[in-house]
Structures are given as C-alpha cells and as structure tokens.
Design a protein around this ligand. Structure first.
Ligand SMILES: Nc1ncnc2c1ncn2[C@@H]1O[C@H](COP(=O)(O)OP(=O)(O)O)[C@@H](O)[C@H]1O
Ligand SMILES: [Mg+2]
Length: 261
C-alpha cells in the first residue's frame, strides 16, 4: 500500500479537486483523507453538495485513539462514494477543531498504512502548507509528497521554497520519502520541464486545464455530456497521474528489493 500526500503552497491550485479526481480513477480501493487544516470539508460541501453528512469523524477518531481503539474504529468513519471504490475520511469541521488533531495525525498515519492488509491505498489532501495545525505527521509518513501548483510565475515563486524544504526533509527523513510537483495547467505559461528546472524537483505529471469539467468535482456540477467520459481531457490527465504514481511505487519497490543497483 502507498500513502500519497498532496499539498499546495499558495492560492487554490486544485489540491482537493485533483486528489478526488485521481482517487476516482484509482485502480483499486483507495481512502481519500481530508486533512486540510482550514476545515469545513470542501469535499462534502462541493462534490457531495452537502447531501452527505459527517458524523464528526475526527472527534470519533480522537476519542478512539485515547481508548487505544483507533485501528478498530477507523473503517467505520469512512464514507464510501457511491458506485466507486473510493472511501472518504472527512476532515476537521473547522480550523479550531484542526487544532485539537495534532496528536491524532501520527497514530492515524500508522493505521492508514496498516490498511495495506485490506488492499487499500491512501491519498491525503493536506491543504495549504505553512498553516497552523498542518497535518505534518501525515506528510512525514507519505511515500510521495506532491506539491500541487499552477505554472505561472507567482505560483512558482511561492512553491519554490517548499520544494527545497521538502527535498531537504525528504533526504533527512523528516518529510515525505520522495517529493515531486504536480502541475495544474502545464503550459499556462510554463511547461513541465521549465517548472522542474525552477523548482529543482521533478514534475510527476500535469493535470489538464479544464475549468468546466473541474467544477463537476469541486462543486458537484453535472457533467456537460451527462456523464463523465473516459475521453474527457481532465479524466485522461487524472489517469496519467494515477499511472505515474503506480510507476513511482513500482520503481521504489524494485529498488528496495534489490532489483536496481
Ligand atoms: N484541472 C483544473 N482545471 C481548471 N480548474 C481547476 C482544475 N482543478 C481545479 N480547478 C478549479 O480550481 C478551483 C480550486 O480548486 P480546489 O480543488 O478547491 O483547490 P484547493 O484544494 O487547492 O484549494 C475550483 O474552482 C476548481 O474547479
Ligand atoms: Mg482544498
């Protein structure tokens, strides 16, 4: 099993939308964790248009952890997205609540990793970096940390510092095991190769710039054609991101099993 963490450095480049989009095209069961310290669950308000309510999953988990029952209770707090193999762990209801979760993220990371036995991967929406109450323990537990960014200069100027910080943290074991950027809208104006050069980290993939299709996920809008099509550029790019993530994991496994020297 693998744990991927997506985060942004500035603005609202599309972390939540991308995390959901990639989860929906994932090849096997996947848990999407809302760990955005801003709170307010944009997933439930957006994609689900408020139709799905959260029974205060975070409070339930904090209490379960105190009782030493986190692993047992975690599966019951997940909400399945109907017709998919995506389960959602709703995040903090408010920024104030996020403040009481600091001690939860570490043990939760451990339990999420243990989901391997049930054949599930984990995608974490860590929100914007640098916020108080950031889920640092989840970022540290990630196999791959993805800095989600647009490709224009103000976005790159903001994300650059985090790229070098994450790279250093990755090397000294205090950050994600590896680090890459995920572009939303490559070529607007800078291409992946230029972004990689500026940031000093690889660009894993780029997500197509499709504002209208993106609102299907971010606001629960009806797709223009009635249903999501495999041919939709945005869906195709989510598939490419998912494929790149699998490839990363496979390469890492091969390397750690001694296949690559
Ligand atoms: N690939 C994309 N192309 C165009 N617009 C997008 C894309 N992904 C997300 N968006 C839009 O960007 C806005 C912010 O998305 P959101 O996922 O909430 O960002 P974040 O989680 O980084 O704050 C939303 O209006 C969403 O529809
Ligand atoms: Mg978000």
């Amino acid at each position: 099993m693998s744990l991927f963490a997506l985060a942004s450095a500035s603005g609202s480049p599309g972390v939540t939308t991308t995390a959901l989009g990639v989860a929906l095209v994932w090849h096997r069961p996947v848990v999407l964790v809302d760990a955005d310290p801003v709170g307010g669950s944009s997933l439930l308000a957006g994609y689900f248009q408020g139709a799905v309510t959260d029974d205060d999953a975070m409070v339930t988990l904090v209490l379960a952890q105190r009782d030493g029952r986190l692993g047992e209770v975690l599966p019951r707090t997940l909400i399945t997205v109907p017709g998919t193999h995506v389960s959602i762990l709703p995040g903090p209801k408010s920024h104030a609540q996020a403040g009481s979760l600091t001690d939860l993220w570490g043990p939760l990371a451990y339990e999420l990793i243990a989901l391997e036995q049930t054949g599930q991967d984990v995608i974490v929406d860590a929100g914007r970096l640098g916020m108080v109450h950031s889920p640092d323990a989840l970022l540290r537990a990630a196999d791959l940390g993805l800095l989600v960014t647009r490709s224009h200069l103000p976005a790159l100027a903001a994300v650059r510092q985090w790229a070098s910080g994450w790279s250093a943290a990755s090397e000294n074991g205090t950050g994600p095991a590896s680090v890459a950027a995920l572009l939303v809208g490559a070529g607007r104006p800078y291409e992946s190769s230029e972004v990689a050069k500026v940031l000093g980290i690889p660009v894993l993939e780029s997500v197509a710039w499709e504002p209208r299709s993106a609102t299907v996920l971010s606001e629960g809008q009806k797709p223009a054609s009635g249903s999501w099509s495999r041919r939709d550029e945005l869906v195709r790019s989510y598939r490419a991101v998912a494929a790149a993530l699998h490839q990363q994991v496979a390469a890492k496994r091969l390397a750690s099993s001694g296949g690559v020297r």
